[in-house]
Design a protein around this ligand. Structure first.
Ligand SMILES: NC(=O)c1ccc[n+]([C@@H]2O[C@H](COP(=O)([O-])OP(=O)(O)OC[C@H]3O[C@@H](n4cnc5c(N)ncnc54)[C@H](OP(=O)(O)O)[C@@H]3O)[C@@H](O)[C@H]2O)c1
Length: 268
């Protein structure tokens, strides 16, 4: 009964922003747990193809590069069209591609608002909508489909960095996850989110380049690893996570839930 709880045998998945960082960790994890095909997207075609080749070489399943910019409706339609042309059913969609922007409050530009809100909130909504057909076709009560949104702990606690649109986008994505879950559970599609803490990546250069320094602020005493991220995504994507609906799982070494907030003697 419990043997294949975490298996993704034969599943077809799409991971946006899968060419590097957290998306690549998730794509690799899905293939390691038996996914048949994992599609990855990114804007830079060469990097996307190189990651697809690397993962296909490493695992029995296939990783396929679809280098498309999904920050626009045209890009979203193009990606959904490519998936539908190739796959009648899509078991798992991971909305991972994201952007950040930091600037002083008094200088914060409109471009830094629109870029982040479009890719981090609008794209996950409209890509999920565009792929609802193949997601619904794959989903059943016994084997629900999965949509996993990659949010951030910055949408739960207040990061002192001046990343206003990023914080708002991730809080928005967490609530959008709940709202979409209400709708899509009726079609046996489970929508959840992961809120990562610090993971080394191009976006989180501090975690990549100053891991020891960042680790001091994490209750677990370290930054996140490929296994930490893949483990959470495999859990939510597989049978093991079927009954977790609308929730956001912080994967952050305790930053959100095991952090006293005030250092020292506390309030008193
Ligand atoms: N790393 C962390 O510590 C951390 C913490 C919390 C949350 N997150 C979230 O995790 C997700 C992944 O972040 P990451 O750290 O792995 O970032 P990353 O290393 O910068 O990777 C971002 C990925 O998204 C792709 N991408 C960016 N813009 C795109 C677009 N318009 N269309 C298609 N693909 C696009 C990138 O490829 P191209 O550049 O080639 O397009 C790349 O594959 C984001 O949503 C981020 O907010 C990360």
């Amino acid at each position: 009964m419990f043997k294949d709880l975490f298996s993704l045998h034969g599943r077809v998945a799409l991971v946006t922003g899968g060419s590097r960082g957290i998306g690549k960790m998730i794509a690799g994890g899905f293939l390691a747990y038996g996914a048949a095909r994992v599609y990855i997207t990114a804007r830079k075609a060469a990097a996307c193809q190189a990651t697809a080749d690397e993962l296909t070489e490493q695992y029995p399943g296939e990783c396929i590069a679809l280098p498309i910019d999904i920050s626009t409706m045209a890009g979203i339609d193009m990606l959904a069209g490519e998936i539908k042309r190739r796959e009648p059913k899509l078991d798992i969609l991971v909305n991972n591609a994201g952007a950040a922007w930091g600037a002083d409050f008094d200088e914060f530009p409109e471009a830094g608002w629109d870029k982040v809100m479009n890719l981090n909130v609008k794209s996950p909504f409209f890509l999920t909508k565009a792929l609802a057909g193949p997601l619904r076709a794959a989903a059943s009560a016994d084997r629900p489909g999965k949509v996993i949104n990659i949010a951030s702990i910055d949408g739960i606690f207040v990061n002192p960095l001046e990343t206003y649109s990023y914080a708002a986008s991730k809080a928005g994505l967490i609530h959008l996850t709940r709202r979409m879950a209400v709708k899509l559970i009726k079609d046996h599609i489970v929508v959840t989110a992961i809120a990562p803490g610090p993971f080394a990546s191009d976006m989180n250069r501090a975690a990549r380049d100053e891991a020891d320094h960042v680790a001091k602020r994490v209750p677990s005493g370290r930054i996140g690893t490929d296994e930490d991220m893949a483990g959470a995504a495999i859990y939510l994507a597989s049978r093991a996570g079927d009954y977790v609906v609308g929730a956001t799982l912080p994967v952050d070494g305790g930053v959100v839930y095991a952090n006293p907030g005030i250092q020292g003697d506390g309030w008193a």
